[in-house]
Ligand binder design. Structure first.
Ligand SMILES: [Zn+2]
Length: 265
């Protein structure tokens, strides 16, 4: 996800990430979210297919699709997580959480979080600069093209998710998937912050909802807790947690949403 220290750095067009965003109670009260068609796990990812998750920051794979990954791991799918950056810019200007410390901590948190989901394979970390994915987008796309095989299913942050790294990651993943002829589902993560119920900027008609079972919900919650650097305040610097309770409320839903690129039946 990664913190928003300077709104000017992260706004993308009209997708503005400010304040606490749209509260989860507003999403829950909206009929449209309940009306999004459901998708079964084996329709999201066909049986036996390898899953390639492209996550801009450590924790995006958990926040965006951690429940799905728990269910897919349990079903025996091979899962590869591509960690695009190490999230070293989550505490900009902090002397307690320096980029060097964050890089090491967040790499370890990502591994632990994935283990808690049941994903044993270590992530493929690319070490691109946090906040600078767009500048390396072509190289990222090339790496993904090399990695992808026929029948893979890609999960990546949505191209219009509102954070520059998320959007660049989405563009690179969608382009690589198209070049290799494989399916790519996009994950709204920051979308739930800046968008509003019924928001015309969100392609609700291409969205599908995966209900998480009890085991997946527990694993997802446990995996989020692995990202301790994002959950603790830094009182000496008067810093709130990067992931405060109002943000966690949106990611602890009993379902996850996936945006299809191709026309759905
Ligand atoms: Zn992120």
């Amino acid at each position: 996800m990664d913190v928003v220290m300077s709104a000017a750095q992260v706004d993308v067009a009209d997708r503005r990430i400010h304040g606490e965003g749209t509260p989860e109670r507003a999403w829950r009260a909206w009929d449209g979210l309940q009306a999004v068609p459901s998708v079964a796990i084996d329709a999201l990812v066909p049986r036996g297919a390898r899953v390639v998750v492209v996550a801009p920051h450590p924790d995006d794979e958990v926040l965006g699709c951690g429940g799905a990954l728990a269910m897919l791991a349990r079903a025996g799918h091979p899962i590869v997580v591509v960690g695009v950056t190490d999230g070293e810019a989550s505490h900009a200007g902090s002397t307690a959480w320096t980029p060097t410390l964050l890089r090491a901590e967040r790499r370890a948190e990502r591994i632990e979080g994935l283990a808690r989901l049941g994903v044993a394979a270590p992530p493929q970390v690319l070490g691109l600069p946090d906040g600078g994915v767009a500048q390396a987008e072509a190289a990222l796309c090339d790496r993904l093209r090399e990695l992808l095989r026929p029948r893979d299913v890609v999960l990546a942050t949505w191209r219009l998710d509102g954070h520059p790294d998320h959007e660049a990651t989405g563009r690179a993943a969608v382009a690589a998937a198209a070049a290799r002829g494989v399916r790519c589902w996009e994950l709204p993560v920051w979308t739930w912050h800046w968008a509003a119920p019924g928001d015309a900027r969100v392609p609700w008609h291409r969205m599908r909802r995966l209900a998480l079972d009890a085991d997946a919900r527990v694993r997802k919650s446990h995996a989020i807790a692995a990202h301790a650097s994002q959950l603790v305040a830094t009182p000496a610097e008067r810093r709130a947690p990067v992931l405060p309770v109002w943000a966690l409320a949106r990611v602890l839903r009993p379902f996850e949403m996936f945006i299809a690129n191709e026309a759905l039946p």
